[in-house]
Design a protein around this ligand. Structure first.
Ligand code: THU
Length: 160
């Protein structure tokens, strides 16, 4: 038996104001996208914005359903939209923001496990990392240099 150690490094920004202007603009797009969330059941609205290598910004928000599992998270709405509209473009950065209607969300909200797996597929497909920035409604922003950082020991096509 031997032990393996997997380390992830994240960068924490005090607020939106500490981000570079292009990332701040992307996060503002995510905040705007959050307004289009359809979240009557959870009352938890999430917005995501992607910057592609063709200069386009693609957004997504969570879309819920009375049959709960049929809804989709903001991150997957955004990446599948990007994959459908710009199939050859690479995703460079994803910005995510979440806000609850029940309480002020001040902690950065990371993508859920299912979204990590889905985003990972695009990182593998494009053979380039996707930077991920995530925040709540206000407060700190966390940056991960890649999705792989958020999903160690990933399942990918190499296993098939
Ligand atoms: N949600 C997202 O959009 N992204 C995540 O990474 C976590 C959860 C959505 C799904 C659901 O509409 C609501 O937030 C509550 O789970």
């Amino acid at each position: 038996m031997k032990e393996i150690k997997v380390e992830s490094i994240f960068h924490v920004y005090d607020s939106l104001e500490e981000l570079s202007s292009d990332i701040k603009i992307l996060m503002i797009n995510a905040i705007e996208a959050r307004k289009s969330a359809y979240a009557p059941y959870s009352k938890f609205k999430v917005g995501a914005a992607l910057r592609l290598d063709n200069g386009e910004i693609v957004i997504g928000s969570n879309q819920e359903n009375a049959s709960y599992p049929s809804g989709l998270c903001a991150e997957r709405t955004a990446i599948y939209y990007a994959g459908a509209k710009y199939p050859n473009a690479k995703i460079q950065v994803m910005a995510i923001t979440a806000a609850s209607q029940n309480q002020k969300t001040t902690n950065p909200i990371p993508p859920c496990g299912a979204c990590r797996q889905a985003i990972s597929e695009y990182e593998v497909k494009q053979e380039a990392p996707i930077e991920i920035y995530f925040m709540g409604e206000e407060g700190k922003v966390i940056k991960s240099n890649s999705l792989a950082n958020l999903l160690p020991l990933v399942f990918d096509k190499s296993a098939l």
